[in-house]
Design a protein around this ligand. Structure first.
Ligand SMILES: C[S@@+](CC[C@H](N)C(=O)[O-])C[C@H]1O[C@@H](n2cnc3c(N)ncnc32)[C@H](O)[C@@H]1O
Length: 300
């Protein structure tokens, strides 16, 4: 049995990493204004499909076709599916109060990153312009990857869009020197010193999805790569700051933020997400908020 979510207890204890299972509106309602340096939101994209994944796991079996350490034999079998519904009748209506809460949580130099794809990014941009003011729009980041099936009757859609807004365009955190650099595309055109140092990423980020056999892979559907989150956390927060993720899923933001010396508050309504995050962030402070409000969601 988890402890019940209590914003005052979390504020008093100041854990390095906190995981809260519950609807993000219920969780944020009890939080004071201005607690976070950075809020990252990766909501469901309104794909109209259920997002699910059935990971393979190794099971000891004398007749298995795989041989491990000490000659022990294994077979692979599918574990239970993890996932969440991703179909909304009124997507902007779902997002709006969460964006309002995210902005309220930002401190005076704070930054919001909203991660979407082509389906909803433009509608969300209009909402964010109205909520923050157009002058607070900092960037439209394009995360480009090249994976999966390719459409042949239109250009294959292989990028996500991350909208970046600051609370105050005159004063916000942005430390480009702290960001991991990337190789030049044509290193022969720059000095050897520059080529060795690499270049500062632009607003187009070529980055692989989480590879199937990588150390960071959790099996949670729509898990985002640590490399993408690392840039965001490095640029827009400082050690000791609080980083908040209200659609935390597998906890990528928390894994990156804590590794970089930030504090993390991770919220997700899914019990499966909670289990994945627990494994990924052992020692995290864990709590349960009110049950999710299903009424906002269309039936999958
Ligand atoms: C795209 S996934 C996030 C993936 C995450 N960035 C990662 O790297 O694993 C969206 C998540 O939002 C959660 N979610 C959807 N509606 C929510 C709500 N109202 N409150 C809290 N979590 C919600 C889903 O359970 C799902 O885990």
């Amino acid at each position: 049995m988890e402890r019940a979510w209590d914003a005052e207890a979390w504020l008093a204890e100041r854990p390095a990493a906190a995981i809260v299972r519950g609807d993000n509106i219920a969780v944020t309602a009890g939080l004071p204004d201005g607690v976070a340096a950075l809020v990252y939101l990766d909501p469901p994209f309104n794909t109209g499909r259920r997002q699910s994944h059935r990971p393979l796991r190794a099971v000891r079996d004398e007749d298995g076709d795989r041989v491990g350490f000490g000659g022990v034999r294994y077979r692979s079998e599918h574990a239970a599916a993890t996932g969440y519904g991703d179909r909304f009748e009124d997507y902007v209506g779902f997002l709006r109060p969460r964006l309002e809460q995210a902005r309220r949580l930002l401190d005076e130099r704070g930054t919001l990153y909203l991660h979407l794809d082509y389906r909803e990014a433009h509608y969300a941009k209009v909402e964010l312009d109205a909520l923050f003011g157009r002058e607070c729009f900092l960037n439209e980041l394009i995360w480009a990857y090249d994976y999966g099936g390719k459409a042949t009757r239109r250009w294959p859609a292989k990028h996500d869009t991350i909208l970046v807004y600051v609370k105050d365009p005159a004063s916000y955190r942005f430390d480009s020197a702290a960001v991991d650099r990337e190789p030049y595309m044509a290193p022969g055109l720059v000095t050897p010193e520059k080529a060795a140092r690499g270049k500062l990423p632009t607003d187009v980020w070529w980055h692989t999805i989480v590879p199937t056999n990588s150390r960071e892979r959790t099996g949670y559907p729509t898990q985002k790569p640590e490399g993408v989150l690392r840039r965001i956390v490095q640029a827009s927060s400082e050690p000791g700051d609080l980083v908040v993720d209200l659609f935390a899923g597998s906890g990528t933001t928390g894994a990156v933020a804590t590794a970089l010396g930030r504090r993390a508050l991770l919220v997700d309504e899914s019990p499966q997400a909670l289990e994945v995050m627990r494994r990924r962030l052992p020692g995290a402070w864990v709590a349960e908020a009110e049950p999710p409000r299903r009424a906002r969601r269309a039936r999958p």
